[in-house]
Design a protein around this ligand. Structure first.
Ligand code: CP
Ligand code: NVA
Length: 337
């Protein structure tokens, strides 16, 4: 008997139902436990995994690599300048070739269409490691971290404060709505999510009894927040928007004053990373020179505060990516929830 996950791709959050997402989160917690106890879990022994990266990455690349090795598989990194994809060979042809040699493919890049075409033509499971539209593997790590902290998911409120139209905002909006977490996207009106996404989130929220709030009002948006989440103001590939984004988003910086606006006793902070919270990067130094800012989407004080769980969240990328690969590629029997 095969499992409900076997052979499936993970291209966007709603490829899986609520119960399936919850299963993957709990399975990741189990795999984390095995790793901590040094118990072998080589569910993918003998498999080959291609890691395609058109955009740069620390966490996603490291997580797929170490997860694959822990599972007994061989990961092979194929960077933007290493292969013919897009320049000399179509996505369809590349997918057919890779699918004949690799058992699974991870793709990080610009276009959602590319990851979908890879899945269509390769004949093997494909995992989206971030596109301009979605960041699904990030979501599993985020909600595992939230569950580890609060012991539950349903009924919590997550306020995402920042660029309301990027991949992480889209993914949080839809995943929260699927899972029954109240979601506020707190962003200037100019950066409100696309209307069809809001409609989709509202549909899911109706079924899960969650709530969706899209607002430019910070006080209203964070009042009930158990989790405050932010991401960079300028995503990869949008570098020309820096000036405009700083002007729009500076009032939405996650600082101590904003954290204090919540009515909850214990609000945690999350960030998918990388973050601009100090002047220790080239981009931050450049931004300081041009715009006089020493911190961007989050202040160093919040980032280093006791409620900031972004490094636990980063570690969880590995455990959750491992769960997705093992479930979709391994011979595990996972019954229908
Ligand atoms: N959060 C995340 O995807 O990080 P990387 O860009 O380093 O992979
Ligand atoms: N929104 C960010 C996420 C990075 C993990 C970007 O796309 O650059």
């Amino acid at each position: 008997m095969t499992s409900i996950f076997q052979g499936k791709s993970f291209l966007k959050e709603n490829d899986f139902k609520k119960e399936e997402l919850l299963y993957l989160i709990d399975f990741a917690a189990h795999l984390k436990d095995l790793k901590q106890q040094n118990i072998s879990h080589k569910y993918l022994a003998g498999k080959n995994i291609a890691l395609l990266f058109e955009k740069t990455s620390t966490r996603t690349r490291a997580a797929f690599t170490t997860a694959a090795i822990d599972l007994g598989a061989h990961p092979e990194y194929l960077g933007k300048n290493d292969i013919q994809l897009g320049k000399k060979e179509s996505v369809e042809d590349t997918a057919k070739v890779l699918g004949s040699m690799f058992d699974g493919i991870e793709y990080r890049g610009f276009s959602q269409k590319t990851v979908e075409a890879l899945a269509e033509y390769s004949g093997v499971p494909v995992w989206n490691g971030l596109t301009d539209e979605w960041h699904p593997t990030q979501m599993l790590a985020d909600f595992l971290t939230i569950k580890e902290h609060f012991g539950k998911l349903e009924g919590l409120t997550l306020a995402y404060v920042g660029d309301g139209r990027n991949n992480v905002a889209n993914s949080l909006l839809i995943t929260s709505a699927i899972l029954g977490i109240n979601i506020s996207i707190v962003t200037p009106e100019k950066l409100f999510p696309e209307n069809d996404l809001i409609v989709m989130a509202e549909e899911y929220a109706k079924a899960s009894k969650g709530n969706v709030l899209i607002t430019d009002d910070i006080d209203q948006g964070v009042a009930q927040a158990d989790i405050i989440y932010t991401d960079v103001w300028v995503s990869m590939g949008e570098e020309e928007t820096f000036k405009e984004r700083i002007e729009l988003l500076l009032p939405y910086q996650v600082n101590q004053e904003l954290m204090m606006k919540t009515q909850k006793n214990e609000t945690i902070f999350l960030h998918c990373l990388p973050a601009f919270h100090d002047l220790e990067t080239e981009v931050a130094k450049e931004t300081k020179k041009k715009y006089g800012l020493k911190e961007m989407e989050v202040t160093d004080e919040v980032f280093r505060g006791k409620n900031a769980l972004q490094f636990q969240q980063a570690e969880n990328r590995m455990h959750t990516i491992k769960a997705v690969m093992a479930a979709t590629l391994g011979n595990l029997f996972i019954p229908k929830a």
